[in-house]
Ligand binder design. Structure first.
Ligand code: K7E
Ligand code: CUA
Length: 653
């Protein structure tokens, strides 16, 4: 019976694919493979066994990070970063709301593109994951012991934090630059004055030994668009590289007006020199306002600091700090090979992939091999810096990663393929179609000094005809490709959350050994924490009712509360008394306007509720925690404003 049904499903699916193949513009590239292809064994992770890698994919406009296992493509967790998430009350609970505070107010979403793992000696170390908020400029840090967002810092003087957060090889800095130039400092000016009044900034965000971020300094740069970045490594450690487009400084119809110049630039920034200039007092303290939000580990509550000044360096005062490398044409990605010598640009409108040489760049600077300057910044001679050009690299090259064996892999957006080429000879040695319109690609460790290789993942923008249709919006998609042989081999398609721009992966054992199983109840210093049911209770402060509640399999304490009145705001401070792995409890009450709570063992979480009518309101645990989960419930009685029902509860049993 089962088999028959399955066979029928397959034949329907096959017929559907046949129709699509006949009608699709992509049909020429469509492979005939099915689940029975040779890739199946290579991605099969048997039930009860683990994947080899964690892959951290940006969620794009979902503002989240999605964690997948490789090679299976199984979704392990979605971590909310810039977006509120009612699944676990992130951004709704009183403890996490401050994480989303910015100088623009409370911003519960963002467009996040680039995940970056912390590094030690140029190798991903599994401590933290960083990710940018593009729209409201921010950088977040996730703690990989808990897979939770631990810190978010706002980037001032920026008009979109796209080229971010590109970590230096010992996690000294996360570098970031503004995608859009804007008046800096912001001002009410005519948009037509773009070329005179708009500027960009490049920011260096210092990362302390405990992970804490602070803005060390910013560099004021000409008003181009700064697209992507990578920090140097090995010999190029101490430098960071940023692509630019719109060196035309157009402020309208950029598709035409920012595509005129044959070459734009890669900005090469000597940040060690910048540090010296800061130490010499060359930076000016500019008034500004930005938020720095971080989890206080003792109370498990996010705190917001508002910072009112930032150090700004002007290249005019700082010779030798920044150079432009001419690069065809409107380059998107800039990627540094594992040796730190080659600087690969993804010139999305260029016919070749230009590869610059770091050592030639240093020599060109010594020799003063300049081609004039652009808005005060010296422009190096292209021929003095370029190491080679990859011919026939596919149309619309965007991003490059490396396998550590001397090969580079570049995504080509327009021709929907990954092109493999050899560093040094620049010859293309293999290419594979991807489905469709690839943006980033990712090799585990593929932008570090020690790629783990094995796979390349294509992160695709379009999936037309690859999956069962789901209405106007189709799933986003990743594809897993084996790169262990001479020829790339397509293994697996799997859907992703949001739009995955970039991703990073790391061997599982580096991360899983640090994984936290629960929070120590004895270390919980939350002001409304309870360590036992004896400490639970209710308290009125004006129209605020504070409930100190505990939860443990399989009851709440208290579970009957009376004396709440219309006009009150009830704060449910719920402590999960469990000290065991994988036993969160939930909390929801009829008519709760914001979100349920999900409370990890040992943690205290607070949600507020404003009763909207008189009556008796059930609350219950939302997470099926035990055989008596359905019994985990209680009632709150809400009386009229003038009622004389006394505030009471039944917990101290
Ligand atoms: Cu190419 Cu935002 Cu890194 Cu997307 S970006 S693809
Ligand atoms: Cu606790 Cu269900």
């Amino acid at each position: 019976m089962k088999l028959t049904r399955r066979a029928r499903t397959w034949s329907v699916a096959t017929a559907a694919i046949a129709v699509v193949v006949l009608t699709s513009v992509y049909c020429a590239q469509k492979p005939t493979s099915t689940v029975m292809s040779s890739g199946a064994g290579k991605v099969y992770v048997a039930p009860g066994t683990y994947d080899d890698f964690y892959a951290f994919m940006s969620g794009g406009f979902s503002g989240q990070v999605a964690v997948y296992g490789l090679p299976s493509g199984r979704l392990l967790k979605v971590v909310p970063v810039f977006s509120q998430n009612p699944e676990n009350a992130y951004g709704y609970s009183e403890e996490t709301k401050p994480m989303l505070m910015t100088s623009y107010g409370f911003i519960p979403w963002d467009d996040s593109h680039h995940t970056k793992l912390s590094q030690t000696n140029g190798i991903a170390d599994g401590r933290w994951l960083f990710i940018n908020g593009n729209n409201t400029p921010r950088i977040a840090r996730l703690d990989l012991a808990t897979f939770e967002t631990d810190e978010i810092i706002e980037i001032p003087n920026a008009g979109g934090n796209h080229a971010s957060p590109f970590i230096t090889m010992n996690t000294e800095y996360a570098v970031a630059s503004t995608r859009f130039s804007v008046p800096i400092p912001q001002a009410d000016v005519a948009i037509a004055d773009y070329a005179q009044k708009f500027k960009g900034t490049i920011s260096f965000v210092k990362i302390a030994d405990d992970g804490k971020m602070s803005i060390a300094f910013q560099i004021l740069v000409p008003g181009y668009n700064y697209d992507l970045a990578h920090s140097g490594k090995g010999p190029s450690h101490g430098w960071a590289f940023f692509t630019t487009y719109n060196s035309e400084q157009a402020n309208t119809l950029l598709e035409v007006n920012a595509s005129k110049n044959d070459k734009d630039f890669i900005a090469a920034v000597n940040w060690k020199k910048a540090e010296e200039y800061v130490a010499q007092g060359k930076a000016k303290d500019w008034p500004t306002k930005y938020f720095h939000n971080y989890m206080d580990p003792a109370t498990q509550t996010a705190k917001s600091e508002v910072i009112s000044t930032v150090k700004v360096l002007d290249p005019a005062d700082c010779p030798g700090m920044i150079y432009y490398i001419p690069t065809p044409k409107s380059p998107h990605g800039v990627d540094i090979d594992p040796t730190g010598e080659y600087i690969v640009a993804g010139g999305k409108l260029a016919a070749v992939i230009p590869v610059h040489s770091f050592s030639k760049m240093v020599k060109a600077i010594e020799d003063q091999a300049f081609d004039g300057e652009s808005n005060g910044i010296p422009v190096l001679k292209y021929d003095a810096v370029v190491a080679g050009e990859v011919q026939n690299p596919g149309l619309g090259p965007l991003h490059t990663e490396f396998d550590g064996n001397g090969f580079a892999y570049t995504s080509a957006f327009i021709s929907s393929e990954i092109v493999k080429w050899k560093l040094g000879t620049w010859e293309v040695v293999d290419r594979i179609p991807v489905f469709y319109s690839i943006g980033h690609l990712m090799i585990p460790g593929g932008d570090t000094m020690k790629p783990w290789g094995k796979y390349v993942i294509a992160l695709n923008k379009v999936t037309k005809d690859r999956y069962l249709p789901t209405g106007p919006e189709l799933t986003q998609s990743a594809q897993l490709i084996d790169i262990t042989g001479n020829k790339m081999e397509m293994l697996l398609d799997f859907p992703t959350i949001g739009e995955p721009h970039y991703a990073q992966a790391i061997p599982a054992d580096i991360v899983m050994k640090n994984s936290k199983q629960f929070y120590e109840l004895s270390a919980n210093q939350h002001p409304f924490a309870v360590k036992s049911e004896a400490e639970t209770g209710v308290e009125r402060k004006g129209n605020e009712v504070h409930v100190r509640m505990s939860t443990i399999r399989t009851h709440f304490a208290p579970d009957n509360i009376e004396g709440v009145k219309m006009g009150d705001i009830v704060y449910f401070h719920v402590t999960n008394l469990e000290q065991d792995w994988d036993v969160p409890h939930g909390f929801g009450i009829l008519g709760l306007q914001n979100s349920e709570l999900l409370i990890m063992p040992g943690q205290t979480r607070t949600i507020t509720w404003k009763p909207s009518r008189e009556g008796v309101f059930p609350f219950y645990c939302t997470d099926f925690c035990s055989a008596l989960h359905q019994e985990m419930s209680g009632y709150v009685r809400v009386s009229g404003k003038g009622s004389n029902v006394q505030l009471s509860q039944n917990s101290r049993r």
